[in-house]
Design a protein around this ligand. Structure first.
Ligand code: TIU
Length: 220
């Protein structure tokens, strides 16, 4: 099996295509469009919206290679029985009516993935109630069944759901490559810090690189 080698920090990230999944975290209208959860929390969603074309380029390259693709969505049951009181207390917009339907509720327009990144039939969609994609989901089982060892990670927001997921994956033995310009935080300082926190200390949580470096290697 060919080894792909992507120039990354803190050193080259190598992976085999069949043992790698692209995981796109929470590219939902609730985080990338106006009137959703991201805005309800008091953020300017311009940075999350602006990475959609870059994530699409990465997704297209992964699809071309036949890479296993996973999409995640943060959200809750319509009856909100799976929302911890502690979460609702600090994110009170959850379940409230917004211009895209009830905020962060499964089945609502705002909860779904943006049109540009709509999952294909053969791609996995993980609905998660928390920030991490492993918590209360079957993601780990799916990755084990598919013999996946490495994850290429994109999506939003870098310091919240992307970071939590990478930390969870790292503890479960997966090697993670985070795509710097394929992720976004609402505040540039959080973006910079989140990237540094992954690749510091010899790659304490994993590796980081840019979309052009990944795509160059995939297209070689
Ligand atoms: N608030 C924030 O930055 N993010 C989240 O609440 N969820 C995700 O990151 N998906």
């Amino acid at each position: 099996m060919r080894k792909y080698q992507v120039e990354a920090k803190p050193f080259t990230f190598d992976f085999g295509l069949e043992k790698t999944a692209l995981i796109i975290i929470d590219m939902q209208r609730d985080f990338c469009e106006f009137g959703g959860f991201g805005e309800a929390l008091g953020n300017d969603i311009t940075p999350t919206k602006s990475i959609i074309p870059t994530v699409r380029t990465i997704l297209d390259a992964a699809r071309d290679k036949g890479m296993f693709v996973i999409h995640t969505r943060e959200g809750h049951r319509p009856d909100m029985s799976d929302v911890p009181a502690a979460k609702k207390r600090r994110s009170s917009a959850i379940g409230e009516e917004g211009p895209m339907g009830r905020i962060l509720i499964r089945g609502e327009y705002g909860h779904d993935i943006v049109d540009e990144l709509k999952p294909l039939e053969n791609e996995v969609v993980i609905d998660k109630p928390g920030k991490g994609a492993f918590y209360q989901t079957d993601l780990h089982a799916i990755l084990q069944n598919k013999r996946i060892e490495s994850l290429i990670v994109c999506g939003v927001t870098t310091h919240v759901c992307v970071h939590t997921t990478i930390r969870e994956a790292n503890d479960r033995g997966y090697e993670c490559l985070m795509i710097e310009d394929g992720t976004a935080a609402f505040d540039e300082r959080d973006q910079e810090a989140a990237i540094r926190m992954i690749n510091q200390q010899g790659g304490i949580f994993g590796w980081t690189t840019t979309s052009d470096k990944l795509i160059k290697e995939l297209k070689k």
